[in-house]
Design a protein around this ligand. Structure first.
Ligand SMILES: Cc1cc2nc3c(=O)[nH]c(=O)nc-3n(C[C@H](O)[C@H](O)[C@H](O)COP(=O)(O)OP(=O)(O)OC[C@H]3O[C@@H](n4cnc5c(N)ncnc54)[C@H](O)[C@@H]3O)c2cc1C
Length: 268
């Protein structure tokens, strides 16, 4: 993940264990997995784009094995788990959280290799997992950090940012104004997003399996002339979109400290 300017990080990240209760295709390129556990009722829900480290069983492993790692030094403890039993770890966003029920939704982008086969251990897990499967997540707080004096909010994302964008729009105050440039693989991946009426949403449809995600969103950002110098910029998705998007917003007059950017994944 590329550097971000600001982050709201928990001082002592907590691990939560849960099990899969159902899976459901939100759209042809996005698979939703709903998890639940009594312990998840205590999840420190912040809204916006709260994210976490996801731990899931790899296909060759008979059981899900994870010691009680937590806190900021979790990575060292994680690497000490013998490789044959160490679960897969990837970064995901809380797509929705129902505290009373101790339930959480996670939306996984389904991504494929050049030969059309499903790739990515987390995406593969989401597409094949059955109810009852054990998993865990380590809370990482949120990335979106709009200053109180932001005159405008400019959000740019590829499909990996869509769960976060949906959460941000639900969490923003009613008087927030600005624009969302949201790239999606196909028109069928577009969905209703609830949010302030002053936030205009532009859906950018890639419609080309050979094109790298984020290229079209970046083009759309570059053709968007209305950038207020007191804007807050938030650019996430494929690494080039994040870094070039930030560069462009800065060129348009937005100070670097008012732009949050994060490379969610890197095209090989
Ligand atoms: C803070 C944060 C929040 C995130 N939230 C979400 C989320 O809610 N939903 C979500 O789907 N992703 C999200 N991501 C992105 C996700 O972590 C990556 O896409 C991750 O690589 C997926 O893991 P994997 O195990 O499926 O694939 P990996 O094993 O990491 O990668 C396998 C191969 O797939 C390629 N690849 C990875 N992701 C994609 C993609 N999206 N499109 C095309 N090729 C890809 C890689 O380049 C690599 O070649 C988030 C990332 C961050 C940093």
């Amino acid at each position: 993940m590329a550097r971000t300017t600001t982050r709201i990080v928990p001082s002592n990240p907590q691990l939560f264990r849960a099990e899969v209760v159902r899976t459901f295709p939100v759209s042809p390129n996005m698979q939703r997995v709903t998890i639940a556990h009594e312990g998840l009722t205590a999840f420190p829900w912040l809204g916006f784009d709260q994210w976490f480290r996801l731990f899931v069983r790899k296909p060759h492993q008979d059981a899900f094995t994870l010691p009680d790692i937590s806190g900021k030094k979790w990575w060292k403890e994680f690497l000490e788990i013998p490789e044959d039993v160490r679960p897969h770890c990837a970064n995901y966003t809380v797509a929705d959280y129902r505290g009373d029920a101790g339930e959480m939704d996670i939306d996984f982008v389904i991504h494929c290799a050049a030969d059309g086969s499903l790739e990515g251990a987390a995406a593969q897990w989401a597409c094949s997992v059955q109810p009852g499967e054990q998993m865990a997540l380590l809370d990482q707080g949120r990335i979106f950090d709009r200053p109180d004096d932001a005159a405008q909010v400019i959000i740019v994302a590829d499909e990996t940012g869509l769960p976060g964008v949906a959460g941000i729009l639900r969490s923003l105050p009613d008087d927030a104004v600005g624009r969302v440039i949201q790239e999606i693989p196909a028109a069928v991946d577009q969905r209703e997003l609830a949010g302030p009426s002053g936030m205009q949403i532009s859906w950018i449809v890639r419609d080309d399996a050979t094109m790298v995600a984020g290229v079209k969103a970046l083009e759309a950002l570059k053709s968007h002339a209305d950038v207020h110098p007191m804007a807050y910029g938030f650019v996430v998705g494929e690494s080039t979109l994040a870094t070039e998007g930030r560069r462009h917003l800065h060129k348009m007059g937005v100070p670097k400290e008012r732009i949050t950017f994060s490379g969610f994944w890197k095209h090989d």
